[in-house]
Each structure stands twice: as structure tokens, then as C-alpha cells.
Design a protein around this ligand. Structure first.
Ligand code: BYC
Length: 330
């Protein structure tokens, strides 16, 4: 019930020979780099796959407000509180752009929420981990938003117009989030012995879950091949994970913190860091609803939906009244 339980729906890539003439013409448009707009013809699989990815992305943004929202009242200074409040509000905005983009594909906001609340749709595994200390606000901004940007910058070139355009603004805001997180980490890492210990502990707890944000290894990714053929996804999960490690390890070194991976080593031949895979059993366990905060996160979202019912009802009543008045005046 609290799981992101639905079984993955990925199938293999459709070959040109299996395509109808319409599907082939569509694929050629994608290959030429054209953007697909909502009212244009698209294969059913393309539509469904986009609803799945954009919907889950939207859910991640709004569930992602919860671990940080938890610290707004406990931020150490007024400035930190204002920054964190603004960041959490930005995440709500990202959710709204993405829900709007998904709605252009013919799914309603109510349907998307129903699928989130019933566990039929997933949200990012990272938000099922707790934020235990103020240093976690630094680690979330630095690592979680950092991983999110790595994934989202290429999505600005995705083939579906509304998704690509939503990403442009989201990426600008996410890069500010990443910097404010890194700045928190810098202050902590240059602080007292206790602050340094908290910063290291936050890195220790968030490193593995941040690597999991990019999804399973390419060999286990069910959607990558078709999503990349349709340019719904621009890179594989492993490509982006490697890029994240390559960029983040020097940042950790600059902070004077140790990435919790004994196998981490710059490979002189490839120019990339060799690193340990995250614990994939833990990843699937979290996806199955058994992460430390799955229950709490989903309950918080369901409560928010129930508590907002009167606002939705009032807005509907207002718009019906307005429409009736307009009709009477005509
Ligand atoms: N967590 O075939 P695969 C943020 C699922 S939030 C949970 O590789 P795909 C932020 C996957 O959905 C940023 N589930 O899938 C907000 C699939 O299951 P279904 C969120 C995961 O789609 C607040 C199955 O595993 N970003 O920025 O090709 C504060 C097989 O995987 C995860 C996005 O959503 C996971 N980590 O690749 C701070 C970006 N990984 O759907 C920050 C857009 C995989 O068949 N999404 N699964 O039931 C994507 O780029 C891709 O969907 C993913 C996964 C790379 C995430």
C-alpha cells in the first residue's frame, strides 16, 4: 500500500519493421530532432511512457518537499530559513509545471494523484530517507539537487515540447538549490568538530541513495532503450551516474570530506572515477515500500490532499456560480 509497487511496464524497442507507416514517420521526426507537441499524433506507447515519466517526476518534486519542509522551523538563522522556504516553494512550482505538462497528454491531475496515493505510480526513492540533522539540508541540496540537475539538463532537449520547456526553468532553479546546499556544507565542513562530524555523517548517509536516483544499472533498466529511441531520455542511467560521480568527488575533496566508498579511485586510463555500485537490494526494497520513510511520506501527501478538499470544492462552486451567472446574462 505504501509501496511504489506497480510492476515496471517496459518492453523492448520497437523495430522499424514492426512500425506502421505513421509510427515510422513519427520516429523520423524524432530522429531529425523535431519537438512533438500535445495535439500532434503520437504512438500510444510514447504517450503512456511520457505520462509515466513526467508523472513520476512531478510526484518526486512534491514528495521531495517533505524532507526539507521538515527543517524550515529549525533552520539555524533567519536567512537560512528564508532560503530553505524559497527552495521548498520552488519544488512545489516544479511539480506544478510537470503536472501541467503531463495533463497535455490527456491524463487529469486527479488521476495522477490517485495513482500516487494508491502506490500505482512511483516517486524518487531518495525521498524515502529521513533528514536527521541540519547538515542533511546541505547534503540534500548538494547531492540530491546535484543528481537531479545531472539528469534534468539533458532533458531540456527531450522530444516532447512541454516537458523540454518545463525543464529549462526547473534547471535554473535546481542549480541555485545545488549551490545553496554546497554552501551549507562548506560552512559545516569548516566549522566546529561537531559540525564537521555532522557534515561527514550526512555525506555517508546520502551518497548511496543519491547514486540510486539515476535508476538501476543499464542492464536492469527496462525503459532506457525505448525511451532513448524516442528521446524521452537522452542518456542511460549509468552514463549519468558516472558523470555525477566524476563531478561530485572533487567537490567532496574540496570540502575535506571523505566519500564513503573504499573502491573510489580515479582511473588514469579512462579519466573517470571507478566506484562501488550502490546497494541495489536496498534500492528495490525502498521501491517495494520498505524504506525508512515510505509510509510517512505517502501519508503526508494523502493528508494534504484530504485537507485541501475544501479548497478544490470552493473553487469548483465559484466557477460553477460564475458560469451560471454568465449564462443567465446572455
Ligand atoms: N526511484 O527502466 P528504468 C528533484 C523505477 S526530484 C524510484 O531505468 P526510467 C528534487 C522506474 O520508474 C527528481 N523509482 O526507468 C525534488 C521504473 O519503474 P516503472 C526526479 C525508480 O524511467 C525535490 C523502474 O524503476 N527526477 O529533482 O527509464 C527536492 C525501472 O527503471 C528510480 C526525475 O524524475 C528511483 N530512483 O529511468 C530536491 C527525472 N529509478 O516506471 C530534488 C525524470 C528507477 O516502470 N526521470 N525507478 O514503474 C528519469 O529520468 C527516469 O525516469 C529515471 C528512471 C532515470 C528516474
Amino acid at each position: 500500500m505504501y509501496a511504489q509497487q506497480i510492476k515496471s511496464t517496459g518492453k523492448g524497442v520497437q523495430s522499424l519493421a514492426d512500425m506502421t507507416p505513421e509510427e515510422r514517420a513519427f520516429q523520423e521526426r524524432i530522429d531529425r530532432g523535431e519537438k512533438i507537441e500535445p495535439k500532434e499524433w503520437m504512438p500510444d506507447g510514447y504517450r503512456k511512457n511520457l505520462i509515466r515519466q513526467i508523472g513520476q517526476h512531478a510526484h518526486s518534486e512534491i514528495v521531495g518537499q517533505l524532507p526539507e519542509g521538515n527543517w524550515i522551523t529549525r533552520a539555524p538563522t533567519l536567512e537560512r530559513k528564508a532560503n530553505l522556504l524559497a527552495k521548498v516553494q520552488d519544488e512545489a512550482g516544479h511539480g506544478l509545471y510537470l503536472y501541467c505538462a503531463a495533463e497535455t497528454l490527456g491524463v487529469s491531475r486527479d488521476e495522477l494523484f490517485e495513482m500516487l496515493h494508491s502506490g500505482k505510480m512511483k516517486y524518487s526513492s531518495i525521498f524515502n530517507y529521513p533528514t536527521l540533522t541540519w547538515a542533511d539540508m546541505g547534503a540534500v541540496g548538494w547531492l540530491v539537487d546535484g543528481a537531479a540537475i545531472m539528469n534534468q539538463v539533458p532533458l531540456q532537449r527531450t522530444s516532447f515540447g512541454p516537458y523540454a520547456r518545463a525543464m529549462v526553468r526547473i534547471c535554473k532553479e535546481e542549480s541555485f538549490h545545488q549551490r545553496q546546499g554546497f554552501q551549507i556544507m562548506m560552512v559545516m565542513a569548516q566549522g566546529s568538530v561537531d559540525q564537521i562530524r555532522m557534515a561527514q555523517d550526512a555525506l555517508n548517509r546520502f551518497w548511496g541513495p543519491a547514486l540510486m536516483m539515476f535508476g538501476p544499472s543499464d542492464k536492469d533498466s527496462v525503459h532506457s532503450a525505448q525511451s532513448m529511441a524516442w528521446k524521452i531520455k537522452m542518456n542511460t542511467n549509468d552514463e549519468l551516474r558516472q558523470k555525477f560521480v566524476d563531478e561530485t568527488v572533487p567537490q567532496a575533496e574540496y570540502l575535506g570530506l571523505k566519500v564513503p566508498d573504499e573502491n573510489l579511485k580515479l582511473n588514469e586510463e579512462t579519466g573517470h572515477y571507478d566506484f562501488s555500485q550502490p546497494d541495489w537490494d536496498e534500492f528495490y526494497d525502498v521501491l517495494n515500500g520498505n524504506g525508512p520513510c515510505n509510509h510517512e511520506r505517502l501519508e503526508a501527501r494523502k493528508d494534504a490532499w484530504a485537507e485541501g478538499a475544501w479548497v478544490r470544492d470552493a473553487m469548483m462552486a465559484h466557477s460553477e456560480k460564475k458560469a451560471a451567472r454568465k449564462q443567465a446574462a446572455e
